[in-house]
Design a protein around this ligand. Structure first.
Ligand SMILES: [Zn+2]
Ligand SMILES: [Zn+2]
Length: 343
């Protein structure tokens, strides 16, 4: 069994990391991730394994929080004094802002780039911490006051029946009110900036595949950590190959004689030409499979297949002698291909 994580770590891990989902994941995605992990690490299938037991408890706890919209909002906002949840890499400032939004950027790839994988630079327009105010949102020299809307707690109860408070909209959960805002970022502590992010595109991506680059999205307000960058692949079509999932389709023209007698023909593959055996008696439209000559699977395990569709090229405008030879062949051929129509 492959273990995804070590035994219960000394410090609680980030719940999104535990479930291996993005901070922008939908409730459905979170539930699916939980179900997948719960199946794998269930004590029912891993009995007497204490490491797995600890991991399973961690998964259950992460799902308990992230599956509840209010609990998730609070968790996203970060630690609050007395709450007891420490999030690695997030607690440097006790009242740091919430995590930034994730950023979706389409990336256009050639067919070959998608087939082989490519390291590429993606130019993004994203929010970055404001350098003028060091992400505080304050005009240099000004001091922050406690937020009056939430009494400095960063959370408000909007609904009497709610089980947990929500992030204060006035201060974005920081508990501080910016009375004298930084003019460069209008008091948000973050401003748009163009940046270049190196992205490794794995071999085998297809149009619509989303690749997550953690921590390269928008910066959060008031020094909050960055969200994720979601790179959405768009693969251009190829003139020679047609793609269906990991499989490739290509056509091969043969002569009538080659179709009847068989031939070893050169066919176009991803790695240049390769030889394919067209057996004697091959029909027009017949498909030959070349195993493992398709696209690499995104999972990294093996490759798809290459399907070669044979097209028999019928000669046109043949001379009298060739016509006579074909008539001779016609007399020799034992059966009509239309026999079943007379039945
Ligand atoms: Zn507030
Ligand atoms: Zn600023």
């Amino acid at each position: 069994m492959i273990r995804a994580a070590p035994a219960k770590p000394p410090m609680p891990r980030d719940y999104y990391t535990v479930l291996d989902v993005s901070v922008s994941s939908t409730p459905v995605q979170i539930r699916q991730a939980y179900q997948r992990l719960a199946r794998r690490y269930s004590p029912d299938v891993n009995f007497l394994d204490r490491d797995t037991e600890a991991l399973f408890e961690e998964i259950v706890e992460a799902y308990r929080v992230l599956s509840n919209p209010t609990a998730r909002t609070l968790y996203d906002r970060g630690p609050v004094a007395g709450e007891g949840i420490l999030r690695p890499g997030r607690a440097s400032r006790p009242m740091a802002g919430r995590r930034g939004e994730s950023l979706h950027v389409p990336v256009e790839l050639s067919f070959q780039q998608a087939a082989s994988g490519v390291a590429t630079d993606v130019v993004v327009e994203r929010l970055s911490p404001c350098r003028t105010c060091q992400a505080t949102g304050l005009r240099p020299g000004a001091a922050a006051a406690g937020c009056g809307h939430c009494g400095g707690t960063g959370a408000v109860w909007t609904d009497r029946g709610a089980i947990a408070p929500e992030t204060c909209p006035a201060c974005d959960g920081t508990g501080e009110r910016v009375s004298d805002p930084c003019s460069a970022c209008r008091g948000r502590g973050a401003r748009p900036e163009t940046a270049t992010v190196a992205v490794a595109i794995p071999a085998g991506v297809d149009t619509g595949v989303q690749l997550r680059v953690p921590g390269e999205g928008h910066a959060g307000p008031f020094g909050g950590p960055r969200g994720d960058l979601m790179v959405i692949a768009r693969v251009r079509e190829d003139t020679a190959f047609t793609r269906k999932g990991d499989n490739l389709y290509v056509e091969l023209a043969v002569t009538v004689v080659e179709a009847v007698l068989g031939v070893k023909a050169k066919v176009l593959t991803l790695e240049g030409t390769a030889e394919v055996v067209v057996p004697p008696g091959t029909q027009s439209g017949q498909v030959l499979r070349m195993r493992g000559r398709g696209l690499p699977r995104l999972s990294g395990e093996g490759r798809g297949d290459l399907y070669v569709t044979v097209r028999v090229a019928i000669p046109r405008g043949i001379d009298a002698r060739t016509q006579e030879l074909f008539r001779e062949i016609g007399r020799l051929l034992p059966a009509s291909p239309r026999q079943e129509m007379r039945a």
